[in-house]
Design a protein around this ligand. Structure first.
Ligand code: ZN
Length: 412
């Protein structure tokens, strides 16, 4: 594995500037492309799984976080309040309180449940500058977050469905979880005091994990202040673990925000809130992807998916035309012409690009390419239209393999 900070800079994905501040990375065009592809993938799978997306502001009044409990349990990790004409605003430490207010803004019937509300939104953490670095310890976080408001009977199915979303996303991203953890409260932590609630949520999550058949460990001291959670752990190059994805069951915030739905009996009932994140923070997810793949991202995530290599200047117009056809298909392509050196040098420079389409005189006259795959395999003569179809299909299906293995024209 690789160090994402070094590779991120080398590949022009992201950087920081002391004037913007430590822990506040900015994304360069190639990094922004990877991030955008990741975010669109997440929004797509969430939409298909019945989530509706919202946008909410990245700050709110101090009272909001006093009600949610963040102010009393999590204040050390929050930025200090800003005074605006006598009102105090804080950068949000999580999205939950905003989503609770959005839920509360309309009356809900039991028929609308489970109501799945998702947002890829900003949140902030006041980390000390000494521990900041790269994309893994940051002060500004883009979180892939969602809250499912549901009945007690629906909790297990919804939590299981969230775990399944996580499993599928890891497959598309080519990442492997280090382990699943059931995170429980531990001694000395700041937790909401309601033993019955903790017992109930822990029992629900245990049931979900047991029925999912994934091996897991129960660990004390890692719960959220409002409830236990399932954490999906990943490991970095040094074997250090961090949490990427979570599923949490929360009885606390629905109570604090007085959330309700109208049941079949016409009475008000309290929903349960499930917090879940498929890829956690976009920053941490991209850092892990960089380290895991060494910059050779799965085709659908690659900043440049197809590099077109004309052998001489004569084939430049053909190469430019192929790039246009790629763009029409939604593929990210670019030309690397003879001004960038010999063909060998250009192939080496494009070693992280999944598809390298070489065009010589023969290919130009036949509207074909000689295709090289990033892993060294080749297809000597491939009609350009077929290249577009095949790569379009593989990328559109979020596949991690670059080519169909049963294809007999491919050679090593
Ligand atoms: Zn939440």
């Amino acid at each position: 594995m690789h160090d994402h900070r070094r590779l991120g800079r080398q590949l022009g994905l992201f950087d920081t500037d002391p004037l913007m501040g430590a822990g506040l990375p900015y994304w360069l065009p190639d990094g922004a492309t990877v991030r955008h592809a990741l975010e669109e993938y997440i929004r797509g799978v969430e939409r298909r799984a019945g989530y509706r997306h919202v946008y909410s502001p990245v700050l709110g009044k101090r009272e909001l976080y006093e009600i949610s409990g963040h102010w009393s349990h999590y204040q050390d990790d929050m930025f200090p309040p800003m005074d605006l004409g006598g009102e105090e605003f804080v950068l949000r430490p999580s999205l939950c309180p905003h989503h609770a207010l959005i839920y509360r803004s309309r009356a809900h019937s039991y028929r609308e449940l489970p109501l799945r509300m998702a947002e890829l939104g900003g949140m902030y953490r006041s980390e000390l500058s000494g521990v900041l670095g790269g994309l893994t310890r940051v002060r500004s976080i883009q979180l892939n977050d969602a809250h499912i408001f549901c009945t007690l009977d629906q909790v297990a199915d919804e939590a299981r469905a969230a775990l399944e979303l996580i499993r599928r996303a890891y497959e598309a991203l080519g990442i492997r979880p280090a382990r699943f953890r059931l995170s429980l409260p531990g001694p000395g932590g700041k937790y909401v005091a309601d033993p019955a609630m903790w017992e109930r949520s822990a029992a629900l999550l245990t049931e979900v994990l047991d029925s999912s058949g994934v091996p897991y460990e129960a660990v004390e001291g890692e719960a959220a202040f409002y409830g236990p959670k399932i954490d999906v752990q990943i490991a970095d190059e040094a074997g250090r673990e961090s949490t990427l994805s979570t599923v949490q069951v929360d009885f606390h915030q629905p109570e604090r925000f007085d959330l309700y739905y109208i049941g079949a009996d016409g009475d008000r009932h309290r929903p349960v809130m499930i917090h879940r994140s498929v890829v956690g923070s976009v920053e941490r997810a991209v850092a892990h992807l960089v380290e895991q793949h060494g910059g050779a991202f799965p085709g659908w995530l690659a900043p440049t998916q197809v590099v077109v290599l004309p052998i001489s200047d004569t084939e430049l117009p053909r190469a430019a035309e192929l790039v246009d056809r790629c763009a029409e298909r939604g593929l990210r392509a670019e030309v690397s012409g003879p001004e960038h050196g010999t063909l060998g040098a250009r192939v080496r420079a494009a070693r992280l690009v999944p598809y390298q389409a070489v065009i010589g005189a023969r290919e130009a006259s036949g509207d074909s390419v000689a295709l090289r795959l990033r892993d060294g395999r080749r297809v000597d003569s491939l009609p350009a239209a077929e290249l577009l179809d095949r790569v379009g299909a593989l990328v559109g299906a979020f596949r991690t393999d670059l080519w169909d293995d049963d294809e007999d024209r491919v050679r090593d």
